[in-house]
Design a protein around this ligand. Structure first.
Ligand SMILES: Nc1ncnc2c1ncn2[C@@H]1O[C@H](COP(=O)(O)OP(=O)(O)OP(=O)(O)O)[C@@H](O)[C@H]1O
Ligand SMILES: [Mg+2]
Length: 344
């Protein structure tokens, strides 16, 4: 029954709801065993993409392929995907064991095998010994784990998760993130994960597809999205950054830069790439300190340049430097390669 893992492909998928274009020519190639996250603001088309892949919705045009098979016309149960959707409740009248066993019963797996697999799945999500309980006797996080066990028990070649951790508190969420990573490693399943939490996306994924208005605006590894955002939307969405506009000639004198890349419309400079300098740095400029906030491991400064541009700077509190006074003018530097040109 184990069918290993499968590549997944969205081929020019369009989904229109009357005048709303929820997916606008979505193309995405996911390798077998890869962990891909669809990340993006509310309404960007993430759930629509998952629903079309799972078979709960149909594309207006285009095709979805699982393995080598076009599945657009198949009902959900024939597509062989596991799902953990936030709205997918457990069966309240069934025990935890029977909830997890359900996909195996549907496939008419014999009962000794069901038992072995359910125990293994419960062990994976650290719920050994919970088999006899009803869902009502579990915490929210434990219920999420049961849903996860149910999604993986039949070892589907593709696993879909839509905002599966969003309702949980931070600590539980981090625990389950670790579990999902481990499950992915152990089972080798292809995972398509949906979240609007960029931290979660960067932590879990091999690659992240950042979506906006039904399109992928950048697809890449977490570090590529963070270090080399393609445009203002990506730079702003992933992490925090300073967007520094440049004029038609590519200048922005207020941060000490003479010229930037040709055709660039702005620069992205991460707050942690700015530093206080004494003497000569690579690129230097003066700025007035407007606010200083202690954040434990870092100190966050708000700075105003000579042109009135507001910049945020994050300084590690490794000792040595004392906080600057409000209104003080300090010299700031950054390395030229830390100013990423943005072209739109
Ligand atoms: N059944 C529907 N009828 C009409 N419009 C819909 C329907 N389902 C989704 N849409 C619209 O399609 C667009 C994409 O919705 P989708 O649910 O895919 O967004 P999402 O990225 O999952 O957002 P969220 O982060 O809020 O869950 C939205 O503009 C939404 O209003
Ligand atoms: Mg959604």
């Amino acid at each position: 029954m184990d069918q290993g893992r499968a590549p997944v492909r969205f081929e020019h998928v369009v989904r229109r709801f009357r005048s709303v274009v929820a997916l606008d020519d979505l193309c995405l190639d996911i390798a077998a065993g890869e962990f891909i996250t669809l990340l993006g603001p509310s309404g960007s088309g993430k759930t629509t993409a998952l629903n079309i892949l799972a078979g709960f919705d149909r594309a207006t045009s285009g095709e979805v392929v699982i393995g080598e098979r076009a599945v657009g016309a198949l009902p959900p149960e024939k597509r062989n995907v596991g799902m953990v959707f936030q709205s997918f409740a457990l069966f309240p009248h069934m025990s935890v064991f029977e909830n997890v066993a359900f996909p195996l019963r549907m496939r008419k797996v014999n009962s000794s095998e069901v038992k072995a697999r359910v125990f293994r799945a419960l062990e994976m999500v650290q719920l050994t010994g919970f088999g006899d309980r009803r869902p009502a006797a579990l915490s929210g996080g434990q219920r999420q784990r049961v849903a996860l066990a149910r999604a993986v028990v039949a070892e589907p070649p593709v696993l879909l998760m839509d905002e599966s951790l969003s309702a949980l508190d931070l600590k539980l969420r981090e625990e389950l993130q670790e579990e999902i990573r481990r499950l992915h490693r152990d089972l080798g399943t292809t995972v398509l994960f949906v979240t609007h939490d960029q931290g979660e996306a960067l932590t879990l994924s091999d690659r992240v597809a950042l979506m906006n208005r039904g399109r992928i605006c950048q697809l890449g590894t977490p570090d590529a999205l963070y270090d080399r955002p393609a445009n203002r939307f990506v730079a702003d969405f992933i992490g925090r950054t300073n967007i520094v506009p440049v004029d038609g000639d590519g200048h922005n004198a207020s941060v000490g830069l003479e010229t930037v890349a040709e055709h660039a419309v702005a620069l992205s400079i991460r707050p942690e790439k700015l530093r206080r300098v004494r003497g000569q740095g690579d690129i230097v400029f003066d700025a007035v300190v407007q606010d200083v906030a202690f954040k434990g491991a870092t100190m966050e400064l708000r700075l105003r340049t000579s042109s009135g541009l507001i910049l945020r700077m994050s300084e590690p509190r490794t000792g040595g430097q004392s906080a600057p006074a409000l209104g003080e003018t300090i010299r700031i530097g950054f390395a030229p390669h830390d100013a990423t040109p943005l072209y739109e």
